[in-house]
Design a protein around this ligand. Structure first.
Ligand code: PMP
Length: 287
């Protein structure tokens, strides 16, 4: 397996960063999780844009152009002969001293890992709890920044683990539904689809945006609206979206069974539409 690290392709055993890298010492860095389907990198440009937005927000300069970053992803896939893959593209603040001041880190570190991953749709659905850990407020560390510091999500995931369920939803600081630990939330009620707005402490998910577009094209009413737990408890269907998750339906939320524990018609329709387009939108790198 070849990993891209600061201009070179190295074997997994040699893909090492310094213990003085602030990405490790402080979670000071940004990243993207990206998928490739059948030789096409799904929405690569959008992922690179979001990576740059995350970096700009934390005043970190990525030492490569957007086009070069796209090439890094594609070269990593090609070096590993991967047609279907999960890709992790990371930019850390780089090597500094033990103080947190980023001015001590002259150059950001870039690495890219690509692993084989077949599409995983059509699962049995997931059980979810609401975490008592609130999602970071937008005025503390905006969840729009896909930073390396995932402790907020990890604490919620630990609660889900203790509760014996698959995933946890976090509420925002005002008590409105925000998102899952690594995914966005959608609710269907009376044929209408809702997802929390960006002001509810959510990442602007690329799968979220794709599903919104697909739903509009299919003629559904889809709106961004603040939601409470009540909206989840009375939902006809709930599903999550994410690069790794794609679309997965929720069968249980805080002990309440959703849609008799079955995949609902709207989720199925959107999931089928997603499967249809996922290898068609993005950057083709294998003919
Ligand atoms: N929210 C969080 C906290 C995430 O980590 C992710 C995964 N990147 C998402 C939402 C979904 O975003 P995307 O569809 O771009 O993967």
């Amino acid at each position: 397996m070849k990993i891209y690290l600061d201009g070179n392709f190295v074997e997994k055993e040699d893909a090492k960063v310094s213990v003085y890298d602030h990405g490790l010492l402080y979670g000071d860095g940004v990243f993207e999780g990206i998928r490739a389907y059948d030789g096409v990198v799904f929405k690569l440009e959008e992922h690179i844009e979001r990576l740059y937005d995350s970096a700009d927000s934390i005043a970190m300069k990525i030492p490569a152009s957007k086009v070069e970053m796209e090439e890094i992803v594609i070269e990593t896939l090609k070096s590993n002969n991967l047609k279907d893959a999960y890709i992790r593209l990371v930019v850390t603040r780089g090597v500094g001293d033990l103080g947190l001041d980023p001015r001590k880190c002259p150059k950001a570190t870039i690495f890219c890992i690509a692993e084989n991953m077949k599409p995983l749709l059509g699962e049995d659905g997931i059980k979810v709890i609401t975490s008592s850990i609130r999602r970071l407020p937008v005025d503390v560390l905006n969840p729009a920044v896909k930073s390396l510091n995932y402790l907020n999500s990890i604490l919620a995931k630990i609660q889900a683990n203790y509760a014996g369920v698959d995933e946890a939803f976090l509420l925002d600081s005002e008590g409105y539904v925000a998102e899952g630990t690594g995914d966005n939330v959608f609710v269907i009620k009376n044929g209408k689809i809702k997802t929390p707005p960006l002001s509810s402490s959510v990442l602007k998910g690329i799968t979220r945006d794709t599903v919104v577009d697909l739903a509009k094209e299919a003629g559904y009413t889809i709106i961004e609206e603040k939601m409470t737990l009540h909206d989840l408890f009375v939902a006809d269907e709930i599903f999550i979206t994410g690069t790794a998750a794609e679309l997965i339906h929720v069968v249980e939320i805080d002990g309440r069974i959703i849609n008799n524990g079955k995949l609902g018609p709207v989720t199925k329709d959107l999931s089928d539409r997603f499967k249809e387009i996922r290898s068609k939108i993005g950057k083709k790198y294998i003919e």
